[in-house]
Each structure stands twice: as C-alpha cells, then as structure tokens.
Design a protein around this ligand. Structure first.
Ligand SMILES: Cc1cc2nc3c(=O)[nH]c(=O)nc-3n(C[C@H](O)[C@H](O)[C@H](O)COP(=O)(O)O)c2cc1C
Length: 360
C-alpha cells in the first residue's frame, strides 16, 4: 500500500466503498484521537467503514495552517471532515476547502457540549438554533453542490428535557434546508454541570428516539451513535436505522474493525492479497512502514502514531507488555523498527536500559 500525501482534488477510493454504503458502519469523530494516523490504522483494518476526522473549527481552518488540519492519506477514503462552527459564510468557505482537498463528506458538529465550544456558539448548543443550522447547510451546499454531502451530527436533546418534538423539529428544519444524513448521538447534551467526558456517560442512552426519527423521516439516512461495543449490537441497530457509528470501542479495540467488511459489507475483509494473512503482526508491520514514511516525509515522530495502535492487542495475552513498550517515552530516542522488535519480545521482561541494536 503506497502512502501518498493527498493533494487538492485527488480522489482515490482505496476502500472500494462508496460513501453511502460506507455509512453502514463508521468510526466517530474524536478530538485528539481520530487524526490521520489513527485513520490510517483503521483503514488497514476495514476497507469499507466510513471514517471521520476530529472536529476542526472554522476559525482554525480560515486563520490557521490549512494543510496541517486537512492533509490526509489517500488510503483513508471514504473520509469525512467534521467542522465546528456556526457562521454560514465561514462554514461555506470551509466546505469548499473540504471539497478541494478531496473529502467525501462534510459534517457539522451539533453535539459537542464543551464550555469552550459553547463559548464559540457551536456544537450542541446549535440544536437550539435549528434554522441557523439550516442556513449553514444551505450555504455549504450552495458552495459545493450536491456531490459533497453535508451532514449533521447531533444529540437527541438539550439538558434534562426528554421532549421528542424538540429533536424531531430540529431534524425536520435542517432536512428542509437540504440535509439528508443525520448522525444521532442518542443521549442528551447537558450544557451545564458535566464535563465533556461525563456528557458521554451520564445522560441516558435512548435508542428509541433515533428509531422514531427513522420512522418519522424514512427518506433520510439516520445513523445511530452512542454506547455500541459489539457487532451483535451493530446488527441489532441496523434493523432500525441506516448506519451505526462507534467511537470509544473502535479506538480502544481497533481489531473489531477487522471483522466489519465481512460482517456488514458482505465481502472478504482487507486487502484481497492479504485477507488470509491479516494478523495483528501484519497490521503492526504496516504501521511501522507508515511510521518510517511519515518520519521521512513530514518528520513525524513514531510516538505520535504508535499511541493510536495501543489497543491493537486488546484482550490478548501479553497485550499489556506490548503496549507498555510502544508507549514508553524512554524509548523515544529509538528508531521505530527497534521499538517494534522490542515490543515483540515484550512478553518477556523488557530491559528498558538496553542499548539500541547496532543494525536496524
Ligand atoms: C476523546 C473523544 C473526543 C471526541 N471528539 C468529538 C468531536 O470532535 N466531534 C464530535 O462530534 N464528537 C466527538 N466525540 C464524541 C464521539 O464522536 C461519540 O459521539 C461519542 O463518543 C459516543 O459514541 P461512543 O459511545 O461509541 O464512544 C468525542 C469522543 C471522545 C471519546
């Protein structure tokens, strides 16, 4: 698999999955987690699932280093850019950038409850301004046309209110503006008193609300998110909605992704030539090659990449020792290849003070 830095207008569907089909199963946008290195790992494991970037704010994109925020590997397709913002003109300008850089979808964050995001007047508090979200959708679609879907990720309510009509009207208004795809994190966002982490755990999950949305808006694509851990749960939810998005489970247990292509897309998973050999070792070797390419092309330290694969051996004997090697900051001066060799012997005692092998 060649690593390419994507350049504007390059579109390569390595995953052989068109974005609509890809939404059957997706990996959630997660700040500080689903960067391009993480998505590269996830794409090695599933060629089909839709992948989302971390949220990027319009501020950061319009006044910051665009390439730093938007660069991705050609292998990542289909990949969606998630935007944080609420100014229709700024959102339209960012959607245009998403299109120029070759993203397959642009998603509006209407689910993040953090205080910083609330101060910026976007994220979950936008659910109280459905017509403004509609204006953003319209401005973005006018900017990019229908070829690049503009989608919305939202909660099912704000604070303690369990009124179904609130989320139904939100979806109805935004759909009237032209949005066809909604990702429903099936719990409320409490705008005060909870940290973002608590806001992913404390408000109760109410999947029935997402199911009702699908019944009320059968023409829309409804993707359910929140608290899903297993393929059995994904399959159950797919009876009611069009897609399922996983966040934390996908990150902490990425090997789960290796079962998705066969389970949910009816195809042999991964590279045809590699299908029979897919193993955690193979994935680790691909990641090592990626680390070496990244170091050569962008000066990326292996540590910034390895942190995303620490869950690769989740549940296996020796996983903790293996993980400890790849996350040991004392090995930062070692070449990645030496760290990998070391990790493979790690079920035995790890001599951290060992000299760097002469030949790597
Ligand atoms: C570390 C972390 C960062 C997150 N960052 C974002 C984000 O940038 N945008 C967003 O819409 N949701 C974000 N989320 C929420 C997830 O996308 C997802 O909605 C949530 O974790 C529920 O799904 P899960 O139970 O499968 O993890 C984040 C979650 C985590 C754990």
């Amino acid at each position: 698999m060649a690593s390419n830095q994507i350049t504007p207008n390059t579109r390569v569907f390595i995953g052989n999955s068109d974005p609509q089909t890809a939404r059957r199963v997706s990996v959630a946008p997660m700040l500080d987690w689903t960067d391009r290195h993480c998505r590269y790992l996830h794409r090695l494991l599933s060629h089909r699932a839709m992948l989302y970037t971390e949220m990027v704010t319009t501020q950061a994109l319009l006044h910051g280093d665009v390439a730093r925020h938007l660069r991705f590997n050609a292998e990542e397709h289909p990949v969606a850019l998630q935007l944080g913002g609420s100014e229709p003109d700024a959102m339209a300008a960012c959607a245009r950038l998403a299109q120029q850089w070759g993203y397959d979808e642009v998603n509006i964050n209407c689910g993040c409850p953090s205080e910083r995001v609330q101060r910026g007047a976007f994220g979950a508090c936008l659910m109280q301004q459905a017509s403004l979200v509609g204006d953003c959708v319209k401005a973005m679609q006018d900017a990019v046309g229908l070829a690049l879907p503009v989608t919305v990720k939202h909660r099912i309510g704000i604070n303690q209110s369990e009124s179904y009509s609130f989320v139904r009207d939100f979806v109805g208004t935004v759909a009237d503006a032209g949005c066809r795809i909604f990702i429903v994190h099936a719990r409320n966002a409490w705008l005060q008193g909870l940290s973002p982490k608590e806001n992913r755990e404390v408000p109760p999950l109410r999947y029935a609300v997402a199911h009702q949305l699908k019944r009320d808006f059968p023409e829309l694509t409804i993707v359910l998110n929140g608290g899903i851990h297993t393929n059995t749960q994904i399959a159950e939810q797919l009876q009611f909605v069009d897609g399922v998005m996983l966040g934390r489970e996908a990150y902490h247990n990425p090997w789960l992704l290796s079962t998705w292509d066969a389970a949910f897309y009816g195809c042999a998973s991964q590279e045809p030539s590699q299908a029979s050999q897919l193993s955690r070792e193979w994935v680790e070797e691909q990641m090592l090659a990626y680390m070496e390419r990244e170091a050569a092309t962008h000066g990326t330290h292996w540590y910034a990449i390895a942190r995303h694969m620490l869950g690769l051996r989740h549940g296996l004997p020796g996983a903790r020792a293996w993980r400890r090697v790849w996350s040991d900051h004392r090995l930062k001066g070692w070449p990645a290849r030496a760290v990998m060799a070391h990790s493979r012997g790690a079920t035995v005692t790890v001599p951290i003070s060992a000299p760097i092998p002469a030949r790597l």
